[in-house]
Design a protein. Structure first.
Length: 288
């Protein structure tokens, strides 16, 4: 089977890490790595890996539409909207790694099959990818969660300019996705950029207020879901199984990266990029 041709828009930390993962895939190839500055660290890294690079942004795809079937948008929420208006007219399928909320919200462990038919697939956020599978299981077993809060801590060094620019959109998109996937009307998301040295691994805590929780059933369901996520995110770890704390259930996740671009502490890159690769490879398997 011929590999599916992809283009990566955005040469920051996420786009560069994603490039390395695409180059390792048996189903995908990167035909274009696209940014705006040939002297940026990401563009120089891509060039050293032998990837075809361009500094023409979206115009590179407009001028050569046959170069790719699938586009990964790793820019910003604002730019993603402008890009989609162009790519939609071109008939391209987009996997959006920004919190732009334009397409179908996708968390592969939960709803991969439902998203594959969409031409714009949104990967929510790194915090959403880490917590929605667990929160969904908690809501499913408990029947109803009155309130769900997630607190994600990531190393400051792993957050590039686009991530910092998108923090408001990150919070809004994560909260919306939590509500959509769990059916909980009250959700809250907090992102902490931790400047500690040495850098910390990505760690996320989930707080869920539920009535009369069956902790034993919750632990079984959450453990099964964590293993499902680990199939495409090897560094995903459940470090605190569901535990009753007064009137709420608390669960903690740690994510280590593969160290493809940034060191292993950058689990936030890995979890959203591994999720995007899982979607893209499924798209490749199903394409005519």
């Amino acid at each position: 089977m011929n590999k599916t041709k992809t283009a990566i828009l955005g040469s920051g930390n996420i786009g560069t890490d994603l490039l390395i993962k695409v180059m390792r895939s048996s189903l995908l190839e990167c035909s274009f790595f696209i940014g705006r500055n040939l002297a940026s660290p990401g563009m120089m890294k891509a060039n050293s890996l032998g990837a075809r690079i361009s500094d023409r942004s979206i115009e590179a795809i407009v001028q050569e539409p046959e170069a790719c079937e699938l586009v990964f948008d790793c820019t910003s929420a604002l730019d993603a909207g402008r890009h989609w208006a162009i790519l939609n007219k071109m008939g391209k399928t987009v996997i959006d790694l920004t919190p732009a909320k334009l397409g179908a919200l996708c968390v592969p462990a939960v709803n991969l099959d439902d998203c594959i038919g969409s031409r714009n697939i949104n990967m929510v956020t790194c915090g959403g990818q880490a917590t929605i599978p667990i929160a969904t299981q908690i809501a499913r077993v408990a029947g109803q969660a009155d309130y769900i809060e997630i607190v994600s801590s990531i190393a400051s060094r792993s957050a590039g300019p686009a991530t910092r620019l998108n923090i408001d959109e990150y919070v809004e998109t994560t909260e919306r996705a939590l509500a959509e996937f769990t059916g909980c009307s009250k959700t809250k998301a907090i992102l902490i950029l931790n400047p500690a040295e040495p850098c910390i691994d990505m760690q996320t805590t989930i707080f869920a207020r539920i009535r009369n929780p069956d902790v034993k059933k919750l632990r079984k369901a959450v453990g099964e879901m964590a293993e499902k996520v680990r199939r495409y995110v090897p560094g995903y770890r459940l470090i605190l199984p569901p535990t009753l704390d007064v009137d709420r259930v608390v669960t903690m996740i740690k994510v280590q990266g593969l160290g493809d671009y940034l060191p292993r502490f950058a689990g936030n890159l890995d979890i959203i990029n591994c999720a995007a690769i899982a979607v893209a490879e499924e798209f490749a398997k199903r394409r005519p």
